[in-house]
Ligand binder design. Structure first.
Ligand code: NAD
Length: 326
């Protein structure tokens, strides 16, 4: 039986893995702790580790795992920007769950967009306090607006379909435009200039780090709405805050945040928030922050558990299944 160490485990992760664990020849130990240089010793005696988005899989963690004879890092997510692939090469195999529910993430992006432009988050609080005033609640129609989608992979394309259902004009930018997709591709600069709403669906790489920054914001329409359900560091958070303050940015929907690893997924309600930029962004009436929850649907959790355990099983059976990250 394969022994697996799962890090940063929350009750909903555990429930999804426990529901199907019996279908595989595995024994999973669920650790609450994040995988870091300090906690990597917990992986002693296991065959593989199962990290999530905010676990640290840098060169030192990889060396520590390899020295414990661990052969596999089975990420239970799609993005792998938290893994030092160069360090992993020839030492340890990295696998991921490339797709578990593009609908979960794309639908959350639209939910955030609708919330911020129609102020439903404010309405919920007001009416609970029997405040039925509509002052300050004026929104705008999505119908007829131009949405710029950066990254037209699995999630971006579902988001495009949703936007089309709302009667929006969709333009897109991707380094690898999808052929015969009927998507109107434009240059990144044209996307910045024409979009009323910009939604990010590309991975975080060296090329996309701080794609939205003080410089690129200058080219955007005044009052543009930015939606980020991809990775926090696609946006320079300080520059975004300045853009919000100067009114250049009309609103921002952030499911991810550059420094989220220190706070997301945990309850800090009784603590002083140390991150001034995050605290200031959250204090803005036109910024909506969710805690990297776009993936969090029953369907996605079940698919993540299934594919992760299939990845582990295939790897130890000597099979490649296409989910290896190189
Ligand atoms: P995907 O691989 O199917 O699509 C990514 C697209 O981005 C591809 O078409 C690719 O060509 C494009 N791309 C790559 N580099 C680019 C660049 N420099 N500029 C523009 N486009 C570029 O990935 P996906 O499944 O659609 O996921 C997209 C991202 O969503 C992931 O990278 C991940 O970071 C994020 N994600 C977030 C959550 C969440 O819960 N918030 C969940 C899953 C995925």
């Amino acid at each position: 039986m394969l022994k697996l160490a799962m890090f940063d485990t929350k009750p909903y992760d555990r429930a999804a893995f426990e529901a199907i664990q019996g279908d595989f020849d595995v024994d999973i130990k669920f650790f609450d702790a994040n995988l870091t240089e300090d906690t990597v010793s917990l992986a002693d005696g296991y065959d593989a580790v199962i990290p999530f988005v905010n676990d640290t899989v840098n060169d030192r963690v990889i060396d520590a795992l390899a020295s414990r004879n661990i052969k596999l890092v089975a990420l239970r997510c799609a993005g792998y920007n938290n893994v030092d692939l160069r360090a992993a090469k020839d030492k340890i195999t990295v696998m991921r769950v490339p797709a578990y529910s593009p609908y979960a993430v794309a639908e959350h992006a639209m939910a955030m967009l609708l919330t911020i432009i129609r102020r439903t988050h404010k309405a919920y609080i007001r009416t609970r306090d029997f405040n039925f005033s509509l002052s300050g609640m004026v929104g705008f129609d999505l119908h007829g607006k131009t949405v710029g989608v950066i990254g037209t992979g699995r999630i971006g394309r579902v988001f495009i379909d949703i936007c089309r259902g709302f009667g929006m004009r969709v333009i897109a930018y991707d380094v690898y435009p999808a052929k015969d997709s009927g998507i109107e591709y434009v240059s990144l600069n044209d996307l910045f200039r024409q979009s009323d709403i910009i939604s990010l669906h590309c991975p975080l790489t060296e090329d996309t780090h701080h794609l939205i920054n003080g410089y690129s914001m200058q080219y955007m329409k005044k009052g543009v709405v930015i939606v980020n359900t991809s990775r926090g560091a696609l946006i320079d958070a300080e520059a975004l805050l300045s853009g919000i303050k100067s009114r250049q940015i009309g609103a921002a929907c952030l499911d991810v945040y550059e420094e989220e690893g220190d706070v997301f997924f945990e309850d800090f309600s009784g603590h002083i928030m140390e991150d001034d930029t995050l605290a200031r962004l959250i204090s803005m009436p036109n910024v909506l922050v969710t805690s990297h929850q776009a993936f969090l649907t029953q369907e996605a959790l079940a698919n993540i558990a299934q594919t992760t355990l299939q990845n582990v099983t295939d790897f130890f059976a000597g099979k490649t299944n296409g989910n290896e990250v190189r």
